[in-house]
Design a protein around this ligand. Structure first.
Ligand code: ADP
Ligand code: UVW
Ligand code: MG
Length: 402
């Protein structure tokens, strides 16, 4: 079965086409700047040259039409016709309390995703645009949704409730949901597999640190706490998001700076984090470079990012009464040698001992970076959210057919 996986953002659309007979990727790519003056399409067909095109793409339906055109084009394509795509799998960030697992899209599922717009105003409307665009272009094939929040539905009440009037949970479902669950689930299982251990007996801390960043305590294979909250703003410091802050700062700043709700939301989501502190960039590569060139603001941004990550690792060791495995994943976690080194340097109290040479090895495979004497296994496990989405889509669509 050939499955198209779509991860739609408000102005971007990432895609991967899988052949599920061997889980190979036939092509992948990205449409950026949808709705802006010039959109950029980058298409990477396996075994053929990469193409970049600049064109005007005003909305997601056109973006998908463009992608389908590239996938079937004689020059850059990898399939003869759109009919070869048998299903589409979508990443949806927020599934609220409705979805503990993936689902086949129908009108009820769409209505629930829409009801969650309020809880994830930056993410769910974009997912819905992706779903609608896929339906418009491929009306006769099943669509599956895979939720970032699903893996975290196992959190106990004492971890997911906020200490605010309970009526807010009853009336508006204000609680912690977490995100990146597809990734935390995948890398924790891959870590257990790599170590040849049963995940049921493990205490794992998974650090998914990319553009968005979150950390999860995975005990006996289940998420028992995670740093993202009702929305993907809480927790770690991120590229452009503040992460944790005193909630009293919000009304204070709104008042002093005469900001609207939208403005303060935008400040915390898009103009904070590494970008705000460094004044240079949200990208950890540029921060590291700045730090190495002696830029004090880049160093401060790096130090704050690392410090906050280490605080969470300590607190999740506390909530699980110990930790046997720490996993680094996503853009920063998989690539930043220096961040992993700085974090581990200060975890010796847990029995962590980093092997600096192993830490410097670059590879796309799961690997150990702790020494043989370390009491805690420290691993780098490349994440693959798209593959999980393709697998879930495959499983659900096969179920539909049988
Ligand atoms: N070699 C590297 N060193 C440090 N950071 C890196 C490196 N390569 C990528 N990154 C970081 O990874 C981030 C992107 O992570 P990724 O998981 O791809 O994000 P997302 O999926 O949220 O867009 C970039 O913003 C960059 O900061
Ligand atoms: C939920 C979230 O933060 O997603 P991303 O890392 O893709 O921004
Ligand atoms: Mg990501």
């Amino acid at each position: 079965m050939k499955i198209l996986v779509i991860n739609a953002g408000s102005s971007s659309l990432k895609y991967q086409l899988y052949d599920m007979t061997d889980e190979s990727v036939l092509a992948k790519g990205l449409v950026e700047r949808i709705g802006m003056d010039s959109s950029i399409v980058t298409h990477k067909p396996t075994g053929k040259a990469e193409v970049t095109e600049v064109s005007e793409i005003l909305e997601h339906t056109t973006a998908i039409r463009k992608v389908l055109g590239l996938l079937t084009s004689p020059e850059h394509g990898v399939i003869g016709s759109i009919d070869q795509i048998e299903a589409v799998g979508h990443r949806v960030v927020h599934g609220g309390e409705y979805f503990g697992e993936s689902a086949i899209v129908d009108s009820d599922v769409k209505s629930k995703i829409r009801q969650l717009f309020d809880l994830a105003p930056l993410h769910n409307p974009a997912s819905m645009m992706g779903i609608k665009a896929a339906e418009a272009n491929m009306p006769n094939i099943p669509q599956v949704v895979v939720f970032d929040t699903a893996f975290h539905q196992s959190m106990p009440e004492h971890a997911y409730l906020y200490a605010i009037p309970r009526v807010l949970y009853k009336k508006h479902k204000v609680r912690r949901y977490g995100a990146h669950g597809t990734s935390h689930d995948y890398v924790s299982l891959a870590a257990a597999e790599f170590l040849g251990r049963n995940i049921e007996d493990m205490k794992i801390i998974t650090c998914h640190i990319g553009n968005g960043a979150s950390i999860t305590a995975v005990k006996n294979g289940r998420s028992i706490d995670t740093s993202m909250g009702m929305t993907p703003l809480e927790g770690l410091m991120m590229g452009t998001r503040s992460g944790d802050l005193d909630p009293a700062i919000v009304p204070f700043v709104m008042n002093k700076e005469e900001l609207t709700v939208n403005e303060v939301n935008s400040m915390l989501n898009k103009h904070s984090g590494l970008l705000a502190i460094s004044g240079i960039s949200s990208d950890m590569r540029e921060i590291t470079e700045g730090m190495q060139n002696g830029d004090a603001n880049s160093k401060l941004a790096f130090d704050m990012y690392e410090y906050r990550l280490r605080k969470y690792i300590g607190s999740y060791a506390a909530v699980m009464n110990g930790v046997d495995t720490i996993v680094f994943t996503a853009g920063v976690g998989e690539n930043s040698v220096v961040l992993r080194e700085k974090v581990c340097e200060n975890l010796t109290y847990l029995g962590v001992e980093l092997d600096k040479e192993l830490n410097e090895i670059r590879s796309g495979e799961p690997r150990r970076i702790s020494s043989a004497n370390s009491k805690v296994e420290v691993l780098v496990v490349p994440t693959n959210e798209e593959l999980v989405i393709a697998r879930d889509t495959n499983r659900l669509v096969k179920g539909l057919k049988s």
